[in-house]
Ligand binder design. Structure first.
Ligand code: HGY
Ligand code: MN
Ligand code: MN
Length: 433
């Protein structure tokens, strides 16, 4: 006798599923409440990873998730997983992002992804909707890469892109290691990062660029992430007295750095329209008004959707370093510290997002992400994709970053519906009636 197919007991039909609606006010309240943890006078957030402020927002997240009946686990890279059981004890469908910010970050970068996911889960709990797979909300550690380079370290270890010991040994500019900082805030969990099977991963995030707003679209259906590479360059000259040293005898490292920054800008323009190149971090030594700078440290960020173009930009960077330093009598050393190739997201996940946007009645367009995200690493090990919400003026990594209550709610609604769509199709694929 054929075993009866397991009954997929969800109380919801497709209609019931589509009627589940997140609470826009409640989502906005959680965004504003957590924005106060590290809030800045200009209305942004300064909540660097693995600081006391990060600990506070992690505690906030854990308490809210447990209050919803979730079990919260933490891995040895500090990634937090809040799980709500499903009908089947199979790897969860996860949704999440990050709660760490840039030094002059905005209220929405990362936060919308974690809090939007928490709101989606809260909606399921309130409706008593039982999903087929467990659902998890994830907070990844050090997504920003501002305190510890490179970016997305914990999701990178999770995906096998970085060795755990290497990641834990990464030091901030004050010489504190990732592992020490993680220990100090009490969030080094027992679980080995990566030993946590998932069925799929969905990340809601603000676009951080101008496209959705310019086209009047409410949702970005993110099909992939461009490639990105980080380099560290040290230029060495000779410290000297600014008053007594003739110009012809100087070896001014900062003049070399200035010329290199100009060349990096030109490299990006030479590979228009998609290439971007930036030096965002410069350290001058000894950084004294009346000393000719003897050494300059620069962090270089190059990005493009195609790996071959990134190769060409990288070659141009190497040439530029030599061509700038030689005539100035400067020495240089450089290293590539991060290389995240272009990513293509899972078509089934992307289709779930597109259906969710359509059935929720939101205008949408396909797009590739210019910014890096944890989903870019998750995509190496599980089906993954992203949902974008617009941000005003395309501004992000800036305290003026703003996404409206309605835009946040639209993103969270599509996140909820995409996850439920994926969950229902999973049940059907696995024969649950
Ligand atoms: O660098 C990035 O794109 C991201 O903000 N970590
Ligand atoms: Mn982010
Ligand atoms: Mn960011």
């Amino acid at each position: 006798m054929r075993a009866r197919a397991p009954c997929y007991r969800s109380a919801a039909t497709e209609t019931g599923m589509r009627n589940l609606t997140i609470d826009a006010e409640r989502l906005w309240d959680t965004l504003m409440e957590t924005a106060a943890i590290g809030g800045t006078p200009k209305g942004g957030i300064c909540r660097l990873t693995l600081t006391e402020l990060d600990r506070q927002v992690r505690d906030w997240f854990k308490a809210r998730a447990e209050a919803l009946g979730c079990t919260v686990t933490v891995d040895d890279m500090g990634a937090m997983f809040a799980r709500r059981p499903g009908q089947r004890d199979i790897p969860p469908i996860a949704m999440g992002s990050h709660l760490d910010t840039q030094p002059t970050g905005g209220k929405f970068d990362g936060c919308l992804g974690v809090l939007g996911a928490l709101e989606a889960l809260r909606t399921l709990v309130e409706a008593g909707y039982e999903t087929y797979a467990p659902i998890e909300v994830v907070n990844w550690t050090n997504e920003e890469g501002s305190r510890f380079a490179p970016a997305m370290i914990s999701s990178g270890v999770f995906a096998g892109a970085f060795a755990r010991d290497w990641a834990a040994a990464q030091k901030d500019r004050a010489g504190v290691s990732f592992g020490e900082a993680l220990e100090a805030i009490g969030y080094r969990g027992a679980q080995r990062c990566g030993d946590h099977p998932l069925t799929a991963f969905f990340e809601l995030h603000i676009e951080q660029g101008p496209i959705l707003e310019a086209e009047g679209k409410e949702i970005g259906v993110v099909t992939g992430v461009q490639g990105m590479r980080w380099y560290e360059v040290t230029i060495t000259g000779q410290e000297a007295h600014t008053g007594a040293t003739p110009m012809r005898l100087r070896r001014n490292a900062l003049v070399g750095a200035a010329r290199l920054i100009e060349r990096i800008d030109a490299i990006a323009h030479a590979h228009a329209p998609h290439a971007v190149g930036t030096v965002g971090l410069v350290e001058v030594k000894p950084n004294s008004r009346n000393v000719v700078p003897g050494e300059v440290f620069l962090a270089v960020d190059l990005r493009h959707p195609e790996a071959a173009v990134l190769d060409a930009m990288e070659a141009a960077l190497t040439r530029a370093i030599g061509e700038v330093c030689a005539p100035l009598g400067l020495e240089s050393s450089s290293a590539k510290i991060w290389d995240n190739p272009p990513v293509v997201f899972d078509p089934d996940c992307v289709a779930a997002v597109r259906r969710a946007a359509e059935q929720s009645g939101f205008s949408h367009r396909d797009m590739v992400s210019g910014a890096g995200h944890d989903a870019a690493y998750l995509a190496r090990v599980v089906p993954a994709t992203m949902i974008f919400a617009p941000c005003r003026g395309g501004i992000s990594h800036n305290e003026a970053e703003f996404t409206s209550k309605e835009q946040c709610a639209a993103g969270a609604q599509v996140l909820l519906q995409a996850v439920l769509d994926y969950d229902r199709r999973l049940a059907e694929r696995q024969g649950a009636s």
